[in-house]
Write a new protein. Structure first.
Length: 178
């Protein structure tokens, strides 16, 4: 009788472990930041928790921080901020980012971009992503808009090192008319 009870307990624990793993952990993934392109939001060697794309409950919006597959074809995972969405127009000139004819306010940036880009209309199924450290980031300013199937997930939090723990807040590029 004790043997049967022990087997039941083990089976229940295995079932519970399976449910927790598939329902709770499966949507989450961890990634190490491999460059300084997202400073000051995220630093090289930070560890971040992401929510995989297939588990999102809301659509992509400007300001989301994403993990993407490297568009240049390497197996690297990169972290970038969504700047522009399909149907929008973008250009960068004299340190200012323009989205749909309006200057975007990006108070979270350490320095303004020193390059020019666009104007360019973002096509369907593509997004425009940039690193927060604009002048040291390989991003859509070099590749152009990326296909949305390169998105792996949305960054939720930086959990390591522990003194840098933070929920990664949405920092939108709010527009003001030119």
């Amino acid at each position: 009788m004790k043997k049967r009870s022990a087997i039941k307990t083990i089976l229940l624990l295995l079932l519970l472990a399976f449910l927790v793993t598939t329902a709770v952990l499966r949507p989450l993934y961890t990634v190490m930041v491999v460059s300084d392109s997202m400073e000051p939001t995220l630093y090289e060697d930070d560890r971040v928790l992401i929510l995989k794309k297939e588990f999102w409950s809301r659509p992509l919006i400007r300001g989301d921080v994403l993990v993407i597959k490297d568009p240049s074809g390497t197996n690297d995972l990169l972290i970038k901020r969504v700047i522009d969405l399909p149907g929008d127009n973008i250009w960068i000139e004299e340190g200012a980012l323009y989205i749909n004819m309006a200057i975007a306010r990006e108070r979270y940036l350490p320095v303004k971009a020193v390059y020019k880009y666009g104007p360019k209309k973002i096509r369907k199924n593509r997004i425009f992503v940039l690193g927060d450290n604009r002048n040291l980031s390989e991003d859509s300013s070099l590749w152009g808009p990326i296909k949305d199937d390169l998105i792996v997930g949305r960054v939720l939090a930086c959990y390591w090192p522990s003194e840098r723990f933070q929920i990664v807040k949405l920092k939108s590029s709010r527009n003001k008319k030119k």
